[in-house]
Design a protein around this ligand. Sequence first.
Ligand SMILES: Cc1cc2nc3c(=O)[nH]c(=O)nc-3n(C[C@H](O)[C@H](O)[C@H](O)COP(=O)(O)OP(=O)(O)OC[C@H]3O[C@@H](n4cnc5c(N)ncnc54)[C@H](O)[C@@H]3O)c2cc1C
Length: 490
Amino acid sequence: MSSIQAPRLRSVNDRPEQKDGAFVLYWMTAARRPGWNFALQRAVRVAERKELPLVVLEGLRAGYRWASPRHHAFVLQGMRDHAEHFAARGVRYLPYVEPAPGAGRGLLAALAKRAALVVADDWPCFFLPRMLTRAAAELDVRVEAVDAAGIVPFRVPETTFPTAYAFRRWLQKHLRPYFDEPPLADPLDGVRLPRADALPRGVESRWPLASPALLAAEPAELARLPLDRAVAPVAREGGFVAGRRALADFVRRRLPRYAEERSEPAGDASSGLSPWLHYGHVSVHEVLAAVTARERWTPQRLASTTAGKKEGWWNLDASAEAFLDELVTWRELGFNFCARRPDYDRYESLPDWARATLDLHAQDPREHRYTRDELESSATHDPLWNAAQRQLAREGIIHNYLRMLWGKKVLEWSPSPQAALETLIELNNRWAIDGRDPNSYSGIFWVFGRYDRPWAPERKVFGSIRYMSSQNTARKFDVEPYLERYGPST
Ligand SMILES: Cc1cc2nc3c(=O)[nH]c(=O)nc-3n(C[C@H](O)[C@H](O)[C@H](O)COP(=O)(O)OP(=O)(O)OC[C@H]3O[C@@H](n4cnc5c(N)ncnc54)[C@H](O)[C@@H]3O)c2cc1C
């Protein structure tokens, strides 16, 4: 069994392991997958060494901000896959879905009383870091957090980076050793663990496990939960099985067109993987392995450059290089920021130059001003923006290029940049199936200048923040098929 590198693992409390523990507990909250998962791998390894059973607890809370049938269905579909997967491997899997806010309180502690060790996921944003710290402080057993989020453990860089270019330069110096010990595709393969028969008394009666109907995300089951019902499930199916299918399809059919066609609004050349990456159903290592397998790539092929340029670095074709730059450089840039800046979701975290220019133009008259309700219901004068908002409401996603335009217009049409930021966070995280992710904050704050530079000419409202317009987008791309697909009547 391969080991995991030290920077991925940290102790969250200072309690010892329990010598007479009956099992090792893996608390799955972010890396919601049974393979390519350093946290599960760590839990399996300890269980094997101690000759103890492994118990996997995967919970789904009620009452967190933006909880909706959309997010719940996606996560539940993943839990259904896990129930099948772990049952086939003799691992005790406990899917728990809170029927009401706070109902799950005490479950982790009740299980941890009998655990030799608790292994948890490390994740840098939303309520997860707070939940982990609080829970670990209340337990009498050692809690370890394992970072399975990216190629580089997100706590390794000791600074944040002003641009993707600066981060790429850092990666070009430091990335290579992290390829040496990738996670196992199936950490339970060939492993024999004792079965966990009895759980601590009263656990199953007090915290009943999710039924097959709930795990199937049946509408009647979702309707019983206290969720934001306006935000309905999307057609895209959650879970590692659907995620792997989507990955295979992308690599086989669309990756070769990525560099040329990714920005075409009506095209399908991007991977569409962000929802599965967000919920941890698919791992970045797994994506990297699928992309590089095509060319029998090995890390030795990484060019020994530290100039920060993306072209030629991975030594792959243009499409694979462009894709990996998004998947690794841009994605992990956001993890770095969230891990190092507790104010990652606050206006004050914008660079000084951006706040200065936005402040200078805060009083500029706005040609159009819309309330959050008008925006949310696609009621602006701009058909392309309305179409993007409709795509978000219906499918839980906006095409990448239009997502940038969508954000820029909210800045232009809001009474202040602070109000625009609040609106964007609300719209994105309420409706987007990949929302509440470090990338959500990278993307939203990019609209206001994070990771960017000043642009000329200076404009109303934007100052020297990069400007985008629907007219330019329509000149650059054929937007008609997109407007048709996301028109008001469909
Ligand atoms: C206003 C705004 C809001 C955004 N909100 C989110 C969000 O809530 N969740 C989210 O995952 N992304 C968000 N993004 C970033 C980006 O738009 C999406 O990651 C991308 O469109 C997802 O589509 P894909 O999976 O087909 O990406 P691909 O182009 O196939 O890229 C592969 C993966 O790389 C990562 N990636 C791609 N582009 C970016 C980027 N610009 N920044 C950071 N990582 C990137 C994602 O994990 C993506 O799945 C936002 C961007 C903007 C401008």
